[in-house]
Design a protein around this ligand. Structure first.
Ligand code: SF4
Length: 327
């Protein structure tokens, strides 16, 4: 067998993960090689993570008016996108959204807010109260994505029943200033490290198709390794009208699959969750995300865009002979 194929198979099946050079080679492979890649990534996923898929769902609990200028985001200060803008939802509304998510099939629920950080202790307390009820009354695992959180804030939320802290790095360190100028990459790195240190399950991923190079994609994958993140959410750009990236179209369905494969082979033991932009970028190839190595996906609506009906996703999982993981 060709040494490259032998090496990527051995390095991923050993649990160590492939190196940066091989990760780049994976992304550069011609489209025809996707089937050989999927044969490996499917085996790695099955071996380490089994055939039960994680399903999570989110609520956009505070929308728009964000001080940050992330170029892909419809909620940023730079965006002219026509979206609904509102302050932090009431506790009752957040809990109701979690109940809906559970009914649709989600096992984990994330409270997401726009903005650099929470505005006040009152806001944090409201989120904490909602977490406690989602955990005990609704019966879902809990996650938050609230921007920058201090170690104290995280400890408080963990004491209320929080399991995961989500904080995306979005892209590679070197490319980040082309996407966001209002804060520094190192602040995001610190936020991820703080969440790990506080004992949270850390969900840290990025968005692809925003103008980054293959090298940037590999750099980001290696940064996830350095930070020892637990779960990697993968978003593909949905270029929303009114955002600076409106009209950008860098991704193909096979390109998206190769990104998932590359992440799976770099991170054999981690969760890889396919999130925003799945429907529009993968189109009829959505069913292949699990062969590519995904262990979960987000169902329902995204932050400011709609997803497809959850029953379509549940049927897809069943048709593939996979199951839904209970957390
Ligand atoms: S991605 Fe988050 S931080 Fe960046 S503009 Fe959007 S809401 Fe703000």
């Amino acid at each position: 067998m060709d040494p490259f194929w032998e090496r990527i198979r051995a390095d991923s099946m050993s649990g160590t993960g492939i190196n940066a050079e091989d990760a780049l080679a994976v992304l550069r492979l011609p489209q025809a090689e996707i089937w050989s890649l999927l044969e490996i990534s499917q085996r790695v996923r099955h071996h380490f993570k089994g055939d039960q898929i994680r399903l999570c769902s989110i609520v956009n609990a505070k929308s728009g008016l964000c001080s940050e200028d992330c170029a892909f985001c419809s909620q940023s200060i730079r965006s002219q996108a026509s979206i609904e803008k509102y302050p932090l939802m009431e506790e009752e509304e957040i809990v109701a959204a979690a109940r809906d998510a559970k009914q649709q099939g989600a096992r984990e629920f994330s409270i997401v807010t726009s903005g650099f950080s929470m505005q006040s202790n009152r806001e944090l307390e409201r989120v904490g109260n909602a977490i406690a009820r989602i955990r005990t009354d609704v019966g879902l695992e809990t996650c938050v994505s609230l921007g920058m959180l201090s170690a104290e804030n995280i400890s408080f939320l963990l004491s209320r029943g929080l399991r995961s802290v989500h904080h995306n790095l979005e892209t590679a360190r070197g490319f980040f200033p082309s996407i966001c100028t209002t804060h520094d990459y190192e602040e995001d790195i610190r936020a991820v490290r703080d969440a790990k240190a506080a004992g949270a399950w850390v969900c840290c991923g990025g968005i692809f198709g925003i103008g980054e190079t293959f090298e940037d994609r590999v750099d980001l994958a290696m940064t996830f390794r350095e930070l020892d993140v637990d779960s990697i959410p993968v978003n593909f750009l949905n270029p929303i009208e009114g955002t600076p990236l409106d009209g950008m179209c860098d991704l193909t369905p096979f390109g998206c699959l190769k990104i998932i494969v590359m992440l799976r082979l770099c991170h054999p033991l981690r969760e890889i969750i396919v999130c925003g932009g799945r429907e529009m970028n993968l189109r009829d190839m959505q069913g292949l995300i699990f062969a590519a190595g995904a262990t979960g996906m987000m169902i329902g609506n995204y932050l400011t865009t709609s997803g497809r009906p959850a029953e379509d996703d549940l049927r897809m999982i069943q048709d593939l002979g996979l199951g839904v993981r209970s957390l």
